[in-house]
Each structure stands twice: as structure tokens, then as C-alpha cells.
Write a protein that binds this ligand. Structure first.
Ligand code: SF4
Ligand code: SF4
Length: 179
């Protein structure tokens, strides 16, 4: 836990430090995307989450909101046995893209005592798929992934490991710093 706290304390700064280089890397990757990219991403994602325990972190739930789709809202309202409009009124608001998001963070449904999700079985799809690093057509969400690296230590590591797995030239990240 202490390790994770230290990691989260420096994550934003570390991500900003390599942001330009990462954006350039993804630009190059878009120009010559290997057919096997999604497979590589899936392996890197799986390897990372074998060693990263989200219950020691929960930084996504503490600092950002998932999008709530209509289906999410139906499912969660049903779980609470309240009307959908009541659920929306109590917890959600529209963001600048007109998506439903949380009114506030940390998420109301996060138990901050142990970082568990109180609605885990019915949580939004965006939560169950976060940080999306193993999704199909990963190349379409590189900008989002660069942003996610600022709050998700696993995403940061996955990107750095991708740069090593598929080197495309350019300035390398100092190895000693990000292990
Ligand atoms: S997905 Fe990322 S930010 Fe969220 S709890 Fe896991 S490691 Fe932390
Ligand atoms: S619904 Fe659960 S998984 Fe999603 S942000 Fe809230 S606490 Fe985290």
C-alpha cells in the first residue's frame, strides 16, 4: 500500500515528463501499426495486472468519472430499486459531450476503507473495461490512454512496456526510472 501511495504521488509528474515522447511514439505507431498490436497489448495488459492490485490503488475511482450509459443506469437503478430519473438526479450530471458522468469524485460507490466498489456486480461498463488497454483496435484510443497514464499507474507501465516491446526509434525512456 505504501508503495502504491508513493507511486501515485509521483505518477502525474512522471506521465507529464514522458507525454510528448509518448504522443510521438503513438504517432509513429499509427503510421506502422503491427497487425499483432492488439495481441501485444493484451499480453502487456495481462502481465501488468498480474502484479498490480487495483485494491491498493483505486485512483481511477477517486479522481475520475466513468461514463454511465443508458443500460448502466437501468441496471444500477434496478439494483437499488429506485427510478432511473431518481438515480440520475441523485448521482449524475451531463458532461461537455453530453454523457452522463458522476456529479463528484471520489465515486459515491467507492468504499474508501478498502477500495472496493459497492456496486461491483452492476458497475458501469466503462468501469469494468478500464483502463481499456486490452480492447480491440487499441490504436483508436491512444490519446485517451495517454491521459489515463496520468491517473492509472498500470496504464503508465503498459505504455512504457509497449515502447520496449515495439521499439520505433526516438528518445528512449531512462530504464532505471520506470521499473
Ligand atoms: S485501473 Fe489503474 S487507476 Fe484504476 S485501480 Fe487499477 S491501477 Fe489504479
Ligand atoms: S462505480 Fe465502482 S468501479 Fe466505477 S468508479 Fe465507482 S467505485 Fe469505481
Amino acid at each position: 500500500m505504501a508503495n502504491m501511495e508513493a507511486r501515485l504521488a509521483s505518477l502525474h509528474k512522471d506521465a507529464k515528463e514522458v507525454e510528448k515522447e509518448t504522443l510521438k511514439y503513438f504517432q509513429r505507431l499509427k503510421k506502422r501499426t503491427p497487425k499483432t498490436l492488439d495481441l501485444t497489448m493484451r499480453d502487456l495488459h495481462d502481465a501488468e495486472f498480474e502484479k498490480t492490485d487495483c485494491l491498493t490503488c483505486a485512483n481511477c475511482c477517486k479522481t475520475s468519472s466513468p461514463i454511465f450509459t443508458e443500460k448502466d443506469i437501468q441496471r444500477i437503478s434496478k439494483y437499488f430499486r429506485i427510478k432511473e430519473f431518481k438515480f440520475i438526479e441523485q448521482f449524475l450530471e451531463r458532461d461537455s459531450d453530453d454523457f452522463y458522468v458522476l456529479q463528484q469524485v471520489p465515486c459515491h460507490f467507492l468504499d474508501e476503507n478498502d477500495n472496493t466498489c459497492m456496486i461491483y456486480d452492476v458497475r458501469p461498463k466503462a468501469c469494468s473495461e478500464y483502463p481499456h488497454t486490452n480492447r480491440k483496435k487499441f490504436i483508436q484510443i491512444t490519446d485517451l490512454t495517454v491521459k489515463n497514464a496520468e491517473i492509472c499507474p498500470a496504464t503508465f507501465n503498459i505504455i512504457e512496456n509497449l515502447k520496449k516491446a515495439i521499439p520505433l526509434g526516438g528518445k528512449a525512456t531512462p530504464e532505471s526510472k520506470f521499473k
